[in-house]
Design a protein around this ligand. Structure first.
Ligand code: SF4
Length: 242
């Protein structure tokens, strides 16, 4: 009886040791990913041109289902004529839609932008709020946009999960989630808070340049030795055979 109990205790302690070793290895792998990303994308920042929180908010709303490059073509003219919510509400939905037409979904975006401007004027003295609760109450502003604004316009620690961050972080194994909210939560748990905002940019840059949606360039990726997707054999085995 005593012998069986001892054996049981030994097994349980061995399992604990294995578990703790795995956890340490996993943390080392994550640290290595972050170190390499930081080293390669030191100057990564938002690619949406802006000079203040209002411009970034509007540019981020326009960037939904559109490229940053296209948004950057439209916003200089828009902000030159309508630099703040007060000026922008002088436009009708139709007039704004004509200006932002090339960003796609122009009717919805125009309606949301004008309604957002009205709320900013009525409730926030024409200023953009700096917190998740207030930002996500604005039309056209979800968690992702709110995180982008909080992080890039107000310097707050936040991880915005867009399509690139979602794809790359789940491929790498920085997160194992099926939706953006859980991806965001897991990234916040796995990445030191001081790196949240930068990590968002690193992952976007890597997603745009290397870890593309349809054809990730795994063979030439500097993260392939620590990438779960690659090492699970779902991609070319070329590098592994080197
Ligand atoms: S190895 Fe492939 S899947 Fe992994 S991060 Fe690099 S490009 Fe993406």
């Amino acid at each position: 009886m005593e012998k069986a109990k001892n054996l049981q205790n030994q097994n349980s302690s061995r399992k604990q040791q294995v578990k703790s070793r795995r956890k340490k290895n996993e943390q080392a792998r994550i640290n290595e990913i972050l170190r390499i990303l930081k080293e390669n994308y030191t100057s990564a920042g938002t690619e949406l041109d802006h000079t203040n929180p209002f411009e970034l908010l509007i540019a981020t709303i326009l960037a939904a289902q559109c490229t940053d490059r296209q948004v950057n073509k439209v916003t200089p003219g828009l902000f030159a004529k309508y630099p703040g919510p007060e000026e922008m509400v002088s436009l009708t939905e139709e007039e704004l839609a004509v200006i932002i037409y090339s960003c796609g979904f122009y009717k919805t975006k125009s309606r949301n932008i004008l309604q957002t401007c009205r709320i900013l004027l009525a409730e926030y003295g024409g200023q953009v709020p700096d917190n998740m609760e207030s930002l996500t109450k604005l039309p056209g502003v979800g968690r992702k946009t709110a995180n982008v604004v909080m992080s890039n316009a107000f310097g707050k620690d936040a991880i915005a999960v867009d399509t690139h961050v979602f794809r790359v972080s789940n491929r790498l194994g920085l997160a194992y989630a099926k939706d953006v909210l859980n991806t965001e939560k897991q990234l916040m748990g796995n990445i030191p808070k001081k790196d949240w905002s930068d990590a968002h940019h690193w992952l976007i840059h890597h997603g745009r340049r290397v870890c593309k949606a349809r054809k990730p360039d795994c063979d030439n990726c500097f993260l392939n030795h620590v990438c779960i997707y690659f090492n699970d054999g779902q991609v070319s085995t070329q590098v592994k055979q080197k």
